[in-house]
Write a protein that binds this ligand. Structure first.
Ligand SMILES: C[S@@+](CC[C@H](N)C(=O)[O-])C[C@H]1O[C@@H](n2cnc3c(N)ncnc32)[C@H](O)[C@@H]1O
Length: 296
């Protein structure tokens, strides 16, 4: 385990640490859905003022919920990528990669290129820790330091991305941070660089649910722990329906709710998440994962 401490990102990049901590906690549960051997190293390697939990013994019921949520979504995105690559995608783009260690922990074969896009300070921190660990990915990993609200398509191209190859795109824990215009820009950029047969998986939260969650004590608690106002970073402005935008650009779209995904993993969220009628539980039921395959 690395002992060296590195400077952490500022602002929105700090949210990657909450997701990472939730993965570490989930991986320590006896009934875990996934394990991320890098999650604890990232938290250990961070010059953070607050201690983020790494094991199930350190957390309260609220954090148990976050860990299970992280467990389900990690499995959903892992399975999506595995399937997309099995079906012929040989290029992966992880948008808002944060401290996602898929490039290192998934069993990539056959010379897959994996692109990780995020803010420079997040990827600088990540690479400092990975360098300290001497970690080597079983893929060709490309780090793309870019703002997803800007011209990240050019940065991706400069890193070697080839739009003539079939691509699997993911955005996990990203859309609530984007405004309507930025989300449209993201989807157009993906579409313009995708060959038929390319696939996309987006974690989806309806804007009215983003608005409800922004004011929820659960999000406030995470903001307090990290010392960043996540409430101000989440964008609930009305926007065109994400699935509709994808469909209009030629993607065949599917949606699975978080609850359905949890159920199919054998861990119904009922016991841990549900207080029927509570606005958090009701909102959660409408969140999930949009997938698309480009058919045009
Ligand atoms: C909640 S974290 C999720 C990270 C990772 N996908 C995961 O699930 O562990 C949100 C991530 O989105 C990134 N992000 C948000 N807005 C961004 C933008 N405009 N450009 C680049 N990255 C952005 C943050 O830096 C952060 O790493």
């Amino acid at each position: 385990m690395t002992q060296t401490k590195f400077d952490v990102p500022v602002s929105v990049g700090l949210t990657a640490f909450a997701a990472c901590s939730a993965r570490a906690v989930e991986g320590s549960r006896p009934d875990r859905l996934m394990e991320d051997p890098f999650a604890a190293a990232f938290i250990h390697g961070a010059k953070l003022d607050t201690g983020l939990p790494l094991t199930v013994g350190e957390v309260d019921q609220e954090s148990m919920l976050s860990s299970r949520f992280a467990g389900v979504r990690t499995r959903v995105f892992d399975d999506f990528l595995r399937e997309a690559v099995d079906d012929g995608a040989d290029q992966v783009v992880i948008l808002a990669a944060g401290l996602d260690a898929r490039a290192f922990r998934m069993p990539w074969t056959g010379g897959i290129d994996v692109y990780e896009v995020d803010h420079p300070d997040v990827l600088d921190f990540k690479d400092a820790v990975l360098g300290d660990l001497g970690a080597e990915p079983p893929c060709r990993r490309h780090v793309v330091r870019a703002d997803l609200a800007g011209d990240w398509g050019s940065a991706l191209a400069a890193a070697g991305f080839d739009p003539r190859r079939r691509t699997a795109w993911t955005a996990e824990g990203l859309l609530p941070y984007l405004g309507a215009r930025e989300e449209g820009h993201l989807l157009r950029t993906i579409g313009a660089r995708s060959l038929p047969g390319s696939r996309v998986c987006l974690e989806y939260m309806p804007p009215d649910v983003v608005a409800t969650f922004r004011d929820h004590p659960r999000l406030e608690a995470t903001s307090d722990t990290l010392g960043v106002p996540i409430r101000e970073m989440w964008n609930a402005e009305p926007r065109e329906d994400t699935a509709g935008l994808l469909r209009a650009s030629g993607w065949r779209v599917g949606f699975r709710s978080l609850g359905d995904c949890a159920l199919s993993l054998g861990t119904p969220l009922g016991d841990e998440f549900a207080t029927p009628g509570d606005d958090f539980t009701d909102g959660m039921a409408r969140c999930g994962y949009l997938t698309g395959e480009l058919t045009r």
